[in-house]
Design a protein around this ligand. Structure first.
Ligand code: HEB
Length: 448
């Protein structure tokens, strides 16, 4: 393993780091919004259950932020170590958003600290709630800035090419490249739906175990409703993303859809496999739907892979990443809608075992969709690191020691992942919500 190809090892190590970091980055973006909404409802309804939700979510959040810092630092380090040639030509262009991302993150972290230490310190409860807003904004902005960098890699703009790298750079134009709007929208909405779904998983799991708890029932209602809303927004953003691809990165959409020949009225192909001559088999075919996804018109023309030289075609297995992501998106919307419908009908019980089990699946699946979405977006850009300018192969280090680094970082992430789970479990085991409610809000009726 130590002597493996440095390009391959660099890609594996980057994939490992990003795949692990994205879990914590997603939480970092989404959890503050959920905390803020819960606290707002708690203050408005004078309901201690919601206030307790905000408190407990905030407490758990601190642990995941800490891990996000470590893995985020690892990315910064690896960027220059593993992709020196990329950083050399693109470094100037992307240093502004990279710097602003760090700045936004600090903004989030500082206000998170203030937020955590000022519960019950203000006369007006809304003053404390107000402090959650900069945490949401800081988390959101760091996602926005870092996403502009990724967008830039897909549709590089804002420079002219000189003899050795990029000249006359305009970093603002680079940040506002054509991929930025759809990516930012999709990244934010998918982070929010994922965090809502994860919190719903926790509530549903607790209800499955304890059966009746007013606290968890309220948590479930809030988080599933939010899952539904953000699932719809994510789908809308995903639709915009597909339309963006059709216009600016048609090879990514074509590879994802196994769409080889340019044609009008193109079908959307789900799952299946490719036989020897690259003919899709065993697929579900939705007539005209690819044309609709690409251009909003069932008869429009969709560019096929044949238009691109063979060495510039992305790998065809991204088809599965795209399909799984979309399928999970549908699942999230369907299950959360089912819960909402059942809860509206008096005679039906929205806390029945089977529905709760489906709801438990939402969080882990949503996090998987984040992973699949990123794998799709990144693999779909291959062979490019900077589309049209530099390939991944040209960008990589030639150091033979990446294999060793891979093992070291794998060890680090394993330790961090285990620590995170252990600490969170301890934290919540040692202070059951019932006890804490009684201590903090003794007026509340006992039991439920
Ligand atoms: Fe997604 C990506 C679509 C769902 C997450 N997406 C993506 C893309 C597309 C899509 C087209 C690519 C873009 C680029 O590259 O630029 N989606 C879609 C659709 C749907 C979806 C249509 C249905 C609904 N997603 C989804 C979900 C999730 C996601 C559910 C989670 C939760 N995605 C994602 C991510 C990504 C994607 C994370 C990466 C980033 C970007 O934007 O790129």
């Amino acid at each position: 393993m130590m002597e493996m190809d440095p390009v391959l090892m660099s890609r594996l190590l980057t994939a490992l780091t990003l795949g692990f970091h994205i879990i914590f980055a997603t939480l970092g973006v989404g959890v503050p919004l959920m905390i803020s909404i819960a606290e707002f409802i708690g203050i408005k309804k004078k309901d201690p259950h919601y206030l307790m939700l905000a408190r407990r979510w905030a407490r758990g959040f601190v642990i995941t932020v800490a891990i996000g810092v470590v893995t985020g630092t690892a990315i910064g380090l690896q960027l220059s170590l593993l992709w020196p040639n990329f950083m050399q030509i693109a470094g100037n262009v992307i240093s502004l958003p990279l710097f602003m991302e760090v700045f936004a993150f600090f903004f989030e972290a500082i206000f998170l600290g203030i937020y955590l230490y000022t519960w019950d310190r203000f006369k007006k409860p809304y003053t404390h709630w107000f402090l959650s807003l900069p945490v949401i904004i800081g988390g959101g902005l760091s996602a926005v800035f870092i996403t502009t960098v990724n967008a830039f890699m897909n549709t590089p703009e804002g420079f002219t090419t000189g003899a050795n790298g990029f000249a006359t750079i305009n970093p603002i134009d680079a940040m506002l490249n054509p991929a930025t709007p759809t990516k930012v929208f999709h990244v934010l909405s998918s982070a929010y739906v994922t965090v809502a779904a994860i919190l719903a998983t926790i509530a549903a799991f607790s209800l499955l175990k304890k059966k009746t708890s007013e606290y968890h029932k309220k948590a479930l209602k809030l988080t599933v409703t939010l899952t539904f809303i953000f699932a719809l927004l994510t789908a809308l953003a995903g639709d915009f993303s597909a339309k963006f691809l059709a216009e600016h990165q048609p090879e990514k959409l074509a590879a994802a859809e196994w769409h080889f020949e340019t044609e009008e009225g193109a079908d959307l192909i789900l799952f299946g496999w490719l036989n020897d001559d690259n003919v899709p088999a065993g697929v579900i075919r939705l007539p005209g739907l690819l044309s609709f996804l690409a251009h909003g018109d069932f008869t429009s023309e969709v560019t096929g892979l044949e238009e691109f030289p063979e060495e510039e075609r992305p790998p065809l297995w991204i088809h599965y990443m795209f399909d799984l992501m979309v399928a999970i998106g549908m699942f999230l919307a369907a299950v959360s809608l089912l819960y909402i419908i059942i809860s509206k009908v008096k005679k039906w019980n929205e806390h029945n075992k089977w529905l709760l089990r489906l709801l438990v699946l939402m969080g882990p699946l949503a996090m998987l969709a984040i992973e699949f979405g990123w794998i799709f977006a990144e693999e779909g850009r291959q062979p490019w690191i900077l589309r049209g300018y530099m390939t991944v192969e040209e960008a990589a280090t030639s150091s033979p020691h990446v294999g060793l680094m891979f093992i070291l970082f794998l060890g680090l992430y394993t330790v961090l992942g285990v620590l995170c789970v252990v600490i969170l479990r301890r934290m919540f085991r040692n202070s059951p919500v019932e006890e804490e409610l009684e201590k903090k809000y003794p007026a509340i009726e006992k039991g439920d």
